[in-house]
Design a protein around this ligand. Structure first.
Ligand code: NAG
Ligand code: NAG
Ligand code: NAG
Ligand code: NAG
Ligand code: NAG
Ligand code: NAG
Ligand code: NAG
Ligand code: NAG
Length: 416
């Protein structure tokens, strides 16, 4: 399985245009890296009586210390309610100092005129957020594997994590490579630690699994197929999942396999998302030993595609935006996606720590890459005349909000 990709090849892979998938630039090539589909084992539900017993037993047990915890979080403090405060202690690293940031996220390099978006710190209402300590993080990862699994937003968080850590690792003792197409791996040799990113935008097997050739519309997802990707996640010590935006399109569910299609049915979005969360919880409970492993789930990363929502220009979007979105609409209990996450994760025996970054990030209409990123094909004159038309209001500049996501991850890892 191990192949010796050079650093430049892996960079090429990282530069891959998956970030543009949403812009529908990509010609879809139906190339799939299908693992042996016969591998996929059936997901069976445990006996309900045993489950009841186990839940009660584990409920008691998991209230004790979670693995990697070094202390308690501030009781009653919701880290996810608060505000952004201006702080010149941020960013925690400079854009041009971290060589791992992909060109789609280097905003200053691509001409962004202001850098105010970098100087904000998240301030919870009830307490202060623990500072990110790169040494503690690396020491904890000694002989261990941290794995991010999901889509390009999670890839941004993966890169942020490397940027937060790389300064304390000597030049000769670190590398970033692609072990195979779906997996990018950063290694801190002296620590025997790896930080990985695994591309699986739906977590389940889908026709968008090729990390380079895919598009977000016309997606087909196979029910019960989480082991196809999940086999590569087994053994990770800390796993950080995300999946959201890719479900916000027309989804079809495949029964059978991609080789032998039995049925393909269009389903409502929430129905499909619940299926994924259900599959994820089953995978976690079958494959994760929570005495050794911590599991995190990042909630939706919000987009800022219409400035109407914050009372701006009706035709505008995140382009040319500075400052906070002061009209954040809560993704409260009424939001069906949040509801599904809460309900499905509640069935898990293994604790899944939800990092509720949606609201936090929703304030940050200023922090998207907008037009300040590498374009992978030349813009048309029509586009150039109207920057709003090609602004990316999904992804975030680095340094940026992903660093705060990682600070929250750090906080919940060590002070749950
Ligand atoms: C779980 O076990 C308890 C105690 O034996 C019982 O009261 C409860 O009804 C059970 N719940 C389920 C969902 O089976
Ligand atoms: C960071 O963590 C290391 C290792 O646990 C510790 O020695 C150091 O004091 C910490 N630094 C800060 C600023 O807390
Ligand atoms: C390095 O870490 C892996 C786990 O990620 C472990 O299996 C292996 O034994 C470690 N190697 C050394 C030399 O410590
Ligand atoms: C997915 O598969 C499971 C197990 O076979 C089944 O119970 C469930 O109804 C299926 N969900 C969908 C959305 O097809
Ligand atoms: C950007 O916004 C400022 C006001 O904040 C405005 O004066 C300027 O014309 C805008 N620039 C473009 C290119 O839209
Ligand atoms: C996430 O945070 C928002 C805003 O604080 C809240 O309304 C929502 O219920 C939270 N969702 C989850 C799953 O914790
Ligand atoms: C979680 O499940 C338990 C038992 O089924 C239920 O009592 C509780 O209300 C659920 N909590 C949420 C937040 O759904
Ligand atoms: C893109 O623009 C550059 C410079 O204007 C030009 O040299 C190049 O040929 C163009 N590429 C394509 C694919 O049109």
């Amino acid at each position: 399985m191990k192949s010796s990709f050079s650093f430049s090849i892996s960079l090429k892979l990282l530069f891959s245009p998956y970030l543009f998938a949403f812009l529908a630039f990509v010609i879809f090539l139906s190339i799939f890296h299908m693992e042996d589909l016969s591998y996929v084992s059936s997901l069976h539900d445990p006996d309900p009586n045993t489950l009841n017993h186990t839940i009660a037993y584990n409920e008691k047990k998991r209230q004790n210390k979670l693995v990697f915890a070094v202390g308690d979080g501030v009781r009653g403090c919701d880290l996810f309610s608060g505000r952004w405060v201006h702080d010149y202690g941020w960013p925690l690293y400079e854009e041009n100092e971290c060589p791992y940031i992909i060109p789609q996220l280097t905003c200053l390099e691509h001409g962004r005129p202001d850098n105010d978006y970098q100087h904000w710190k998240w301030q919870p209402n009830g307490c202060s957020l623990t500072s990110f300590n790169a040494t503690l993080m690396l020491e904890t990862l000694r002989g261990k594997r941290l794995l991010f699994v999901g889509d390009s937003l999670n890839r941004g968080q993966f890169i942020s994590m490397i940027c937060l850590l790389h300064r304390v690792i000597p030049q000769h003792a670190k590398s970033l490579e692609a072990t195979f197409d779906s997996l990018s791996l950063f290694t801190a040799k002296d620590y025997n630690a790896t930080i990985g990113f695994y591309w699986a935008p739906y977590l389940l097997e889908s026709n968008a699994d090729n990390p380079i050739f895919h598009k977000a519309s016309g997606s087909i997802v196979r029910n019960g197929s989480i082991d196809t990707h999940g086999q590569h996640w087994i053994g990770a010590d800390i796993i950080v999942f995300n999946t959201y935006l890719w479900w916000m399109t027309d989804i079809k569910i495949l029964e059978g396999s991609f080789d032998e299609v039995k049925d393909i049915v269009a389903v409502p979005r929430d129905y499909a998302y619940r299926m994924a969360m259900n599959n994820l919880v089953k995978w976690i409970n079958k494959n994760v030993d929570y005495e050794k492993t911590r599991v995190f789930f990042m909630t939706a990363s919000p987009t800022h595609k219409s400035s109407k929502s914050w009372g701006g220009d009706p035709n505008g979007n995140c382009y040319n935006e500075t400052g906070m979105n002061k009209k954040v609409t809560p993704w409260g209990p009424g939001n069906s996606i949040m509801q599904i996450i809460t309900e499905e994760f509640n069935k898990s025996i293994v604790p899944i720590t939800v990092l509720n970054i949606t609201q936090i990030s929703n304030y940050r209409k200023d922090a998207h890459t907008s037009i300040y990123k590498a374009q992978w094909r030349n813009l048309t004159s029509k586009q150039l005349a109207n920057p709003t038309s090609y602004a990316d209001c999904i992804h975030w500049c680095l340094p940026g909000v992903q660093d705060t996501w990682n600070q929250l991850l750090f906080s919940k890892l060590f002070y749950p």
